[in-house]
Design a protein around this ligand. Structure first.
Ligand code: ZN
Length: 244
């Protein structure tokens, strides 16, 4: 089976569409595993939910998904994120709201645990350091965990001696799933933050036991023009150009 691992679409339809086209070009997939934050920041929340739901998929809740339907207090957000969230809430249909409200926090699939932030705090914690990742390996029981939230493609590895290390998850290099336990972040589709503005996602091939990361160029200008048209915060518009 082939699974597309995607995170942090963030209402960026141009990026999401480009990723889906890239998946098709690479032979397609059986199921999308979406790691949350379908909405927030970007200009196409309804369209992204609708497009995701047209595909065979599972999806966990992210902080922006919860905030858009009032399950999180906006006081926890910075002013730009809060402004975008208030706008997002006005764009959602009753079906969209129902969908976001009912997203689970954690999904277990075979050897994988799927969630947005961290096993310890699925909505809020960013896994960007070895120390926090190491603490989190006791909070899930499967061999592998897939996370989003930081929008940075990373792999944390807990080897058999109990030591934890991390590496950047580079495009086109196969990550072999072997004995070590791993926490894997496929990067962000709709708002990458590792300095590369291209959309980021991964494909898991369960037959070969490999996960491979891909970067996909998309028309950033289309998304930015739409954000400007909807008066979304300018800092959110410009950061897409830099992948930061
Ligand atoms: Zn996010």
């Amino acid at each position: 089976m082939r699974y597309a691992i995607i995170a942090d679409i963030h209402a960026n339809l141009a990026a999401f569409t480009a990723v889906l086209a890239d998946i098709d070009q690479r032979g397609g997939m059986d199921e999308i595993w979406c790691l949350g934050d379908v909405v927030g920041y970007g200009p196409d929340p309804h369209q992204c939910i609708e497009l995701l739901r047209q595909h065979n998929h599972v999806c966990v809740a992210g902080n922006h998904d919860w905030a858009a339907v009032g399950k999180l207090n906006l006081a926890e957000f910075n002013p730009d994120a809060a402004a975008a969230c208030r706008w997002t809430a006005q764009q959602l249909t009753p079906e969209d709201i129902d969908y976001l409200e009912n997203l689970p926090l954690v999904i277990e699939k075979d050897d994988f645990t799927l969630l947005h932030g961290s096993p310890r705090e699925p909505i809020w914690e960013y896994l960007i350091s070895v120390s926090s990742a190491k603490e989190n390996f006791v909070y899930f029981h499967s061999q592998f965990c897939l996370v989003g939230h930081s929008h940075v493609p990373l792999v944390f590895r807990l080897n058999e001696t109990g030591a934890c290390s991390f590496s950047q998850f580079s495009a086109n290099i196969g990550l072999v799933l072997a004995r070590s336990r791993l926490i894997i972040n496929p990067g962000g589709v709709g708002q990458p933050r590792d300095g590369d503005p291209r959309a980021s996602y991964a494909i898991l091939d369960s037959e070969t036991g490999m996960v491979r990361l891909y970067r996909v160029a998309y028309d950033i200008g289309v998304t930015q023009a739409s954000m400007v048209r909807h008066n979304l915060p300018i800092r959110l518009v410009s950061r897409l150009s830099y992948g930061m």
